[in-house]
Design a protein around this ligand. Structure first.
Ligand SMILES: *[C@@H]1O[C@H](CO)[C@@H](O)[C@H](O)[C@H]1NC(C)=O
Ligand SMILES: *[C@@H]1O[C@H](CO)[C@@H](O)[C@H](O)[C@H]1NC(C)=O
Ligand SMILES: *[C@@H]1O[C@H](CO)[C@@H](O)[C@H](O)[C@H]1NC(C)=O
Length: 278
């Protein structure tokens, strides 16, 4: 069955591609979905029954928002489907638990559960409308009662607290099992947002260790060496420089270190925070 796809304009950040005329069913003519590497914005003109397909990296999902607009209102003109065709179910807002925990003021966003999406315009929007599509990390890991996830920093990354006491290596593995990594604080803002969400009543593991070489602290999740001038937030007097060969992992928060970083024995048991970037 041939689908008609009249004039469309794709704005891929700097590059722009236009297609004119009538496109037939992609499977017949080798028409490929638009690959979302990081972000794509599509603007009009949109006609009746325009169909767009998007896809991203296999283990990532797609996030839809409207530039300077409201996605609920936009749904009057378009339907966004969670999958490779217009018969796939409609995309949804994330579950209430994730939304509750997420940073306030993030753009209203609909997420797929797979790496593909199909957008269909049912009628031409009255005003100029721009649809923003971003690659995002899956944030639906809070399926276990001892896990809590949210869009803590922005609408495309995901952070989860694992309320199970494990040593640092096992906590690293729990994150990896969920396609995530043990948290790395690359900036004060990131630490502050995590702190605000989960407080620091209970300490949790981060990916910072000096197990490879005493005194050389590395964010294992990103394999970056902490050098002079990088953001740090050590508890006064820490890390201990003497007899410190057993205190190789950074524990954040809790009653001992408050909102600071402490160096402790990696075999100690604590909760963990995982993160996933798009
Ligand atoms: C996202 O997570 C959900 C729940 O674990 C899973 O069913 C789905 O397949 C995941 N999607 C991708 C693209 O990994
Ligand atoms: C850490 O410091 C190094 C050397 O000064 C610099 O190249 C790097 O960009 C810094 N990393 C961060 C995350 O600030
Ligand atoms: C670290 O913990 C392990 C396991 O509990 C223990 O064997 C070791 O002695 C500890 N090291 C120090 C310095 O406390």
């Amino acid at each position: 069955m041939a689908k008609t796809l009249p004039i469309c304009i794709v704005i891929l950040s700097a590059v722009s591609r236009s297609c004119y005329g009538t496109l037939l069913a992609p499977e017949e003519y080798g028409w490929r979905p638009i690959f979302v590497d990081s972000e794509v914005v599509i603007g009009g003109p949109f006609g009746d029954n325009f169909v767009w397909q998007f896809e991203t990296q296999e283990n990532r999902i797609l996030a839809f928002s409207i530039v300077d607009g409201n996605i609920k209102e936009a749904q009057e003109f378009l339907s966004i489907h969670d999958g490779g065709d217009i018969y796939s179910p409609n995309v949804q807002f994330e579950n209430d638990d994730i939304i509750q925990l997420s940073r306030k003021g993030l753009p209203e966003t609909l997420y797929t559960t797979t790496s593909k999406a199909t957008v269909r315009f049912s009628t031409t929007p009255i005003s100029h409308l721009k649809l923003r599509i971003k690659k995002a990390a899956n944030c639906s890991y809070n399926i276990k009662p001892e896990t809590q996830c949210g869009r803590i920093v922005d609408e495309v990354s995901c952070y989860c607290a694992l309320f199970t006491n494990l040593n640092q290596v096992d906590q690293t593995m729990s994150c990896l099992d969920n396609g995530m990594k043990l948290v790395s604080f690359e900036s004060e803002e990131e630490e502050e947002l995590v702190h605000r969400t989960w407080s620091t009543q209970i300490p949790f593991w981060t990916s910072l260790t000096d197990t490879r070489r005493d005194g050389s602290w590395i964010w294992e999740s990103t394999m970056t060496l902490l050098s002079n001038g990088n953001y740090t937030h050590w508890f006064p007097g820490r890390p201990l420089s003497q007899d410190s060969d057993q205190l190789n992992c950074m524990l954040y928060g809790g009653s001992t270190f408050l909102s600071y970083w402490g160096d402790v024995n990696c075999s100690a048991l604590a909760n963990g925070i995982c993160e996933a970037q798009p």
